[in-house]
Structures are given as structure tokens and as C-alpha cells.
Ligand binder design. Sequence first.
Ligand code: GRF
Length: 212
Amino acid sequence: MNIVVLVSGRGSNLRAICDAIDAGTCDAVILGVVSDRSAAAALEFAKGRGIPTRVVSLRKGDDRDSWNESLAAEVADLGPDLIVLAGFMRVLGAPLLERFPGRIINVHPALLPSFPGHSAPQEALDRGVRISGCTVHIVDAGVDTGPILAQAAVPVLADDTADSLHRRIQIQEHRLLPQVIHQIAIGAITLDPLVVRTPVADSIRTLTVPDA
Ligand code: GRF
């Protein structure tokens, strides 16, 4: 399965996907990595592996509609079967969503539907939850609202900071995201465009609770 990975930052999830591909546990080919930030460390990593990279920047004052059109055009030009948001910090607009209905997935550092948005680990701490985790879900027009494909839980410890909790969650992200990509590649998870309209797709949801 041919994928394009969208990134904005460090790219540890991109690395995890590459590691799983190398290990033969993720049956995917990365056609390209696209970022909204030219300074994203993930881009350097991708270049180091010989993966084509593209940047579609959105600066203050830029027209958002044109940015959405450019992003969709760049991604579509690479011709992916699946688009993976791995730390891409922008909400996608209609041009990309309509070109790839139900074929865009995202990894989020919380057990959705709790704590969508940018500060999930901090919000989990603020609310005093005892268990958090990560979610891989199909992307729709909302903020982290699409149908859930898979989740992994981690304990929240008494002395956790947002950073320490996020690091523990990321260990599970790095396992779960390549696993879901592989399951889609081999047809164990079917991405039906209609699923995007369903709040929760029970048939494709899995819950993995690792040891504390
Ligand atoms: C991850 O925690 C992911 O859940 C969130 O952004 C973070 C990206 O991390 N959407 P990285 O760039 O893959 O290291």
C-alpha cells in the first residue's frame, strides 16, 4: 500500500513507521512526506532516507482556502492509497478530505473522544484521569472527531508532567500506528468512505491495554 505521511514536527511516528517497514511488520511504501513547516525535523529524517519531501507552508495572513487547495494538489500528485497524519498540526479542509474520503488517518495522544485538540496530555493531567493513551482514527472535518480505528491505554502516574505522560503515550503510538497501517494494507481494516459518517465503527475498533 502506498502512503503519504503528513508531519509538522519531530517525526518520531514517521520513524516508527519506517522502522516497522524495515522490520517487515508494516506492508507499506512511503511515497512522500509533506509538511506545513519547512523547519520540521521530520523532513530531515525523510530526506536522510531518500523519501521525497514537499513543504506547503501556511503563514499568518495566508489565504487558508488556497493553502488547502495546494496541500491537496501536492498530496494527490504523489498518488497515495492512504494518507497518514503523524503529528500534522493543522485541521484539513474540504479539498483533501473530498479527494480522499475515508482514506486519511491520524494519531492522537489521548483516548478520544476525551481530550481532542492540541494539549491532550496536559488536559488529561488537569482532569485527573488515571488512564490515558492514544487513538488512531479516520480524519473527518472536525478536530479529532472521526471514527476510531484503534486505541492503546497507558497509566497516568502521580508524578507525571505533560511531557512524561506524552512520552509514555508515544511509546504506544509508535507501536499502534504502524500496526493500523499494516492492518489497512492487508485488508484487516476496511476503510469504507461511508464509515466517515458513522460516529464509531464498532467492526473495526480494537482496544489494546498494555501492562502498566
Ligand atoms: C504525537 O504525539 C501525535 O499523537 C500528535 O502529535 C505528536 C507528533 O509526534 N498528533 P511526532 O512528531 O511523531 O514525534
